[in-house]
Design a protein around this ligand. Structure first.
Ligand SMILES: Cc1cn([C@H]2C[C@H](O)[C@@H](COP(=O)(O)OP(=O)(O)OP(=O)(O)O)O2)c(=O)[nH]c1=O
Length: 204
């Protein structure tokens, strides 16, 4: 395992099935250890909050795995300066969708990598525009339950793609794991994304 991952075991500090899928696509062997840290913060700036929460999750798992490379992420959705976390129920999900309808909002994902006692981190931003949604569409989507475990109350990778009219930025960032940033951070630590040959071929 260690030889395939730049000398360190890779630990994904996330319970998100999307992050698991996306890291698997990169061909990196890893195991999952979920941070038990509470995701509460007084921070109101979405960019800063995404960075802070990714750091909190990663740091707690890194403390338990000092020899590993630990990667963590956090996704924050903001519309007109208001943060939309995960909706508590279908009614709150519908309220979120009303706020997002016909507008452009921002999705920030912070990614933190801890290895050898050091942290490297970054934040990606994608702007997502929703169609003007009819009340019946809002009810239908909220009742589907798809948005309940997702920041902003929707999943762009599922039924939620029918809500979206435009995406400016990286799609994978909206799903919670911005590939460009993750690849750069992993390669920066010598982890061969898509195998050793691709590592050699990658531009500096
Ligand atoms: C906007 C949006 C969010 N999401 C997801 C990504 C994240 O999993 C989730 C945001 O919550 P997070 O707190 O970032 O992550 P999580 O609680 O799912 O997992 P963990 O803290 O263990 O890493 O919302 C989608 O899957 N699709 C989308 O379109």
């Amino acid at each position: 395992m260690a030889a395939e991952t730049g000398g360190r075991e890779v630990v994904l500090a996330s319970g998100s099935p999307r992050r698991r899928e996306l890291l698997t696509l990169l061909g990196v062997p890893f195991r999952v250890q979920v941070s038990g840290e509470e995701e509460d913060s007084a921070e109101t700036n979405p960019h800063t909050l995404a960075a802070e929460l990714a750091g909190v999750k990663g740091r707690s798992v890194a403390a338990l795995n000092p020899d590993a490379l630990v990667i963590a992420a956090d996704t924050v959705v903001a519309v007109d300066g208001v943060l939309l976390a995960k909706p508590a129920d279908a009614a709150e999900n519908a309220a979120f969708l009303r706020q997002l309808s016909g507008r452009t909002h921002q999705v920030f994902t912070g990614v933190s990598v801890f290895a050898g006692g050091r942290e490297q981190a970054g934040v990606a931003r994608t702007d997502v525009t929703f169609r003007v949604l009819a009340e019946a569409e809002i009810d239908f989507y909220a009742q589907s339950g798809e948005g309940l475990d997702k920041a902003g109350g929707y999943g762009v990778q599922g039924l939620g793609q029918a809500l979206v009219s435009r995406i400016d930025g990286e799609f994978s960032n909206v799903v919670g794991f911005p590939m460009s940033l993750v690849i750069a951070l992993l390669r920066g630590h010598g982890v061969p994304v898509w195998g050793a040959l691709a590592q050699e071929a990658a531009p500096a």
